[in-house]
Design a binder for this molecule. Structure first.
Ligand code: SAM
Length: 279
């Protein structure tokens, strides 16, 4: 079975890690979401990674998944948006496991090898998407807009974007480049969600162990943003922030002390949601 484990594809392996977390969550009676495909998608790479993690250490990924599940369902359900773009979709199965309104077109962009592996697993599990889904293999650090447009994405209509578990792997200038491209393609009334760490996260004693684990695995966290609200306001978006443990992102599962969402000098792994207010 093909798995994305080659040394030139270490970022692709991180998609197996998060699938491994979803597989573990899927086994719980009090699970925050169901992902019946996660274990097969995680494969040996995901299973081996999760074996070395404590249950507490992956709670942020569980909460993040549920938070953005709810975000996608709320916006497609309430705002009438019919185009959803998952940048760095990895082995995410939201196209298959969420309850989508009619006429949703969902575009998944990631490395071609990751998407090919995903197709193979989902096909053999007979997975059927609950929306019109297109997988587009691209390098998101190079221009990727053309393949998306050719696949039928309509920039004149509002859209909903999610970049989950992705931006911390990129240099800050590439983060800006990608979010500029999203801004260009997003009509007024569009929505955007992503998670992002602040720079304190990279040096804070309590987060050091995780940051070192990422680096050792060849997928170092490097990209940060210290003021996502201001960053997005400059691009015509009105944004809000929350983080795991906050009242709207805890689900009764946060095991650590709660850090106020914008407390200076503290590490933050923010969930950013924003709506495009300028054309
Ligand atoms: N969003 C998914 C999730 O939360 O499970 C996947 C997150 S995974 C931690 C990071 C993903 O970013 C991987 O699937 C990897 O292939 C993708 N990625 C990293 N750099 C990329 C690039 N330059 N082009 C396309 N995808 C990239």
């Amino acid at each position: 079975m093909l798995e994305t484990t080659t040394s030139n594809d270490l970022l692709g392996a991180t998609a197996h890690w998060t699938a491994g977390v979803r597989a573990m969550e899927n086994e719980r009676e009090d699970r925050l979401f169901a992902d019946p495909w996660a274990a097969a998608l995680a494969g040996q790479v995901g299973a081996a990674w999760i074996e070395h993690r404590s249950a507490e250490s992956v709670v942020p990924i569980v909460i993040r998944t549920r938070y953005f599940d709810d975000f996608l369902q709320r916006i497609t359900g309430g705002e009438g948006i019919q185009q959803v773009v998952l940048l760095a979709a990895g082995l995410d199965t939201r196209a298959f496991r969420l309850n989508w309104p009619e006429k949703i077109r969902l575009f998944e962009l990631d490395q071609a090898a990751v998407l090919a592996y995903k197709e193979q697993i989902l096909r053999s599990a007979n997975g059927q998407p609950g929306c019109e889904r297109q997988a587009i293999g691209v390098d998101l650090t190079s221009p990727w807009q053309e393949p998306l447009l050719k696949s039928g994405f309509n920039p004149a209509q509002p859209s909903l974007w999610l970049l989950e578990g992705f931006l911390f792997y990129l240099p800050n200038e590439v983060i800006a480049q990608i979010l500029d491209a999203v801004t260009d393609l997003a009509a007024a009334g569009s929505w955007l969600g992503f998670d992002i760490i602040n720079s304190v996260m990279l040096t804070f004693p309590l987060t050091k162990q995780w940051v070192e684990m990422q680096a050792k695995a060849g997928a170092p966290w490097i990209g940060t943003m210290d003021d996502p609200v201001e960053f997005l306001a400059a691009r015509g978006w009105r944004a809000g922030l929350t983080q795991a443990g906050a009242e709207d992102a805890s689900y009764g599962r946060w095991p650590f002390p709660v850090i106020p969402t914008t407390m200076p000098g503290m590490p933050h792994n923010w969930y950013v949601t924003a709506t495009k207010i300028l054309p």
